[in-house]
Each structure stands twice: as C-alpha cells, then as structure tokens.
Design a protein around this ligand. Structure first.
Ligand code: DOR
Length: 431
C-alpha cells in the first residue's frame, strides 16, 4: 500500500473548518487520516514545516488552447503551470480550435490530459455550436463524454431566448452554465474600463453597465428556468450586488472572480501595457473593493484565474489590436494571499474560495482533505519571497502583468491522487 505522510504543516481544510497544526496521511491516493501527530514510519515523508497544507486548488476557468492553438499553450504546459501554482484540477474553456462543442473534442482533451498533464483537467464544453449562439450543443452527450459545465466563454450568448433554452437544458443534465457576461452592443470596440482612465488614454471604453445589464438578464433567466447560472470573471460592484440579491431570493446563481480583478485597477493600463488588457477589463477601485467584499461575504464562491495565454507577437501590437487575456495559474496564490495579509479575508475564506467552494459549484469530489477524499494537496510557504519571471515559468506564453514583480508566498509541493507532481526544487515531476 502506497503511503505518504505530510508532516508538521498548518492544515487548513474549509470542508470541516479545520485550521491547526496536523499531519496528513495518504494511503493509495486518498486521504486516510488527519491528526495532530501520526506515526507512519513506513510512509514516504513530505516535510511541511513552516507551510500551509490545503486541498489542491481548483480553477473553474482557464484557457489551455489545445486543440488548435498549441503555440500559446497546451495541455502539458498549462497542466504544468497549474501544478507549479498549487492547482490540482483545472477546468478548461471551450474556445479552442476546433471548439469543444462535440463529444469527440471533449474526449480528445481528456485523452491528452491523461497522457500529458500532471494535474486533473476537466473540460467545460461549449453551450452553443462553434460559440456562435445559434444552435445548442448536445449537452447530454457532452456530459457523458466528461464535460463538467457549459460555457461560450470569450463570447456572450446575446440572444436571450437561446440563453433561456441553454439554461433549461443544462438544468436537465444537472450542470451549470458559466457565462461571459458582457452585453456586446455596449462593449462595442471598448478595450479598457470606461471612465477617467479610458479618457486619459484616448482608448475606447467598455462600460461597467455592459456586465451588469447582462448579469441582470441572466439572473432573470435563471429564475424562470431554475437553471444553475455561474457568472464567470465578475468585475463590477453592480454584478456583485445583483448576484447577492438573486441568491437572497433563492435563485441558483454562483460567481467567480479573478486574482487580477481582486487586486489591480484600471490605473495599471496607464502605460498602454497590453499585458493589462483582458475581458472584462480591469475596473476602478470601487469595483475592486466590491469584488473583495463579495468574496468575503460569500456572494462570490470562487477565485478563478481566467488563465488566458497569448503569444508574445500577438501582444506586442497596439493596445486596441492585442487579444485580451493574462496568465494566472502560476501567480494566483501569491497574488490573492495579499488579501489575507491586508486583513480583507481570513485564511479560511481564501482557501475555501480556491478549493471547497469551487468544488461545490461544479459538483466535484475534490477540494477537501477529509478521510476518503482524493489526495489532491497544495503545500505552500505563505512567507517565501520570489520574483516571478515569465521566461522561467511553465506556461508557453509570457503575458502577465506580474512579470518581474516580487511575490510573497510560494507553492512548495503539489500532490495529485497522493503523488508528488511538483516540488519547488525539482520542478514538475509527472508524467
Ligand atoms: O481576457 C479574456 N481572454 N477573456 C475571455 O473571456 C477570453 C480569454 C481568451 O480566451 O483569451
């Protein structure tokens, strides 16, 4: 029997509200025991002293670009970036080429993941064929093939009747619809948040109302269909308020927010750096504040990276021409740990938003360290300082606003099903 003992760390497991020094025993890839002191001399030892030991992180929203755009990222590089960032499950979006709108593509992704990725890859299938918003995908067949949710992310389903039907069908198959909530008729050619910064830069603005109007519509559609609406990358206080109110009324709405929307404002774009361009855009301080409050009070469930790799040559163009998106998997933890250092989130709240709560949103059995759960574990030193250098990262792309910045907090070891898949000194170890 393969046994691993993680010794001497601060174990934080939101599933049972545990936060204490403890040992974690793993047997045959599953959590066997968590206790103050476990004697297991025959087990492989993993030293966690000075570290936090938490469930492996679950990313509900990443773009791994395979199939079709492997020059930006692929399942091996994206999975490795995830492992280095403490992520043990990555849900990958459907805007690949071909689009993941057919069971054959879902199966291809899962097959590649089995052979190439050190961490679990969970495909999110498209809600409509080719992400065109016109014809629904075969949701039951996609779930059968392994899809965990549906999303046309990157595009909004603008036809409200189509969105209604998508929510209705997703209810039948028992899976959420994760939405990219931007009213495209309001976004027009907007590339930065509409406000003083867009005026100063002379760039077309994308108004907060584009998000709130779309979330408002979708909340109403979730109400009349009873479907599970999951709002992707929330960026505005207006959307947080709508989700809060909808939840209070018993509508099945969940939400996620990215590390960048929690910590950066549109002031970052003042230098026209295309590595600060994403959709939705960075917003003003009041919106950032509302997102933090929404996460702290439970309105928002998850921190999701929206890891969106783009090649250097694609980003080295005029701001208006560059594709939107930033890397996220390797920097998410240190970036959001700042919220704990600033006293905005408790360690338990932060870890819940990276593990237990996203697991609940997509109905996964991971995200917990309770007996019998898959032994997906992140071990990190919350104080360790390091400088993020995209050229030394695992992603194939370089488009990060944090490149060259000092980070506080570093993943030391990541385990998937009880196997060490990343160690900070040895790198990615599997497959
Ligand atoms: O910034 C973004 N990039 N937002 C999206 O919704 C899509 C993503 C991408 O695929 O690059």
């Amino acid at each position: 029997m393969a046994r691993v003992l993680i010794r001497g760390g601060r174990v934080i497991d939101p599933a049972v509200e545990r936060d204490e020094r403890a040992d974690v025993l793993i047997e045959d890839g599953r959590i066997a025991a968590v206790d103050a002191s476990i004697d297991a001399r025959d087990a492989e030892m993993v030293d966690a002293s000075g570290c936090w030991v938490t469930p492996g992180f679950i990313d509900l929203h990443a773009h791994l670009r395979e199939p079709g755009q492997e020059y930006k990222e692929d399942i091996a590089s994206g999975g490795s970036a995830g492992a280095a960032g403490g992520f043990t499950s990555i849900c990958c979006m459907a805007n690949t080429d071909p689009v993941n709108d057919d069971p054959s593509v879902t199966e291809y992704i899962l097959d590649r993941a089995r052979n190439e990725s050190p961490v679990k890859i969970l495909p999110v299938a498209a809600a409509t064929k080719g992400l065109k918003g016109e014809i629904m995908t075969e949701m039951a067949a996609l779930v059968e093939a392994g899809a965990v949710a549906f999303s046309d992310d990157g595009r909004t389903i603008m036809d409200s009747d189509m969105q209604r039907r998508v929510l209705e069908y997703s209810k039948m198959v028992g899976r959420p619809i994760s939405v990219h909530a931007e009213d495209l008729s309001l976004v027009r050619d907007g590339v930065v948040n509409e406000g003083p910064v867009s005026t100063k830069l002379g760039l077309p603005g994308n108004p907060a109302a584009a998000e709130t109007i779309n979330v408002s519509r979708d909340v109403h559609l979730a109400e009349i269909t009873g479907g599970h609406l999951h709002v992707g990358h929330v960026s505005t206080g207006g959307a947080v308020a709508l989700i809060r109110e909808a939840r209070a009324r018993g509508i099945h709405v969940t939400g996620e927010v990215t590390p960048h929307h929690l910590t950066l404002t549109d002031a970052e774009t003042m230098g026209y750096d295309t590595n600060t361009k994403m959709a939705p855009p960075l917003r003003g301080p009041a919106d950032v504040e509302a997102c933090i409050v929404g996460l702290a009070d439970g309105t928002l469930d998850a921190i999701a990276t929206d890891h969106a790799p783009h090649a250097v040559h694609e980003k080295e163009v005029e701001f208006t021409e560059a594709p939107p998106g930033v890397l996220g998997l390797e920097t998410a933890l240190p970036v959001v740990l700042q919220l704990v250092r600033d006293g905005r989130l408790t360690p338990m709240q932060l870890i819940a938003a990276l593990t237990f709560r996203p697991a609940k949103v997509f109905q996964l059995e991971t995200g917990r360290l309770t007996r019998g759960a898959p032994a997906d574990v992140a071990i990190f030193d919350p104080e360790r300082r390091w400088t993020y250098d995209t050229t030394k990262g695992y992603s194939k792309s370089r488009n990060s606003p944090w490149n060259g910045k000092e980070m506080i907090g570093r993943v030391v070891t990541t385990l998937v099903d009880g196997e060490v898949v990343f160690h900070v000194d040895r790198g990615v170890l599997h497959p």
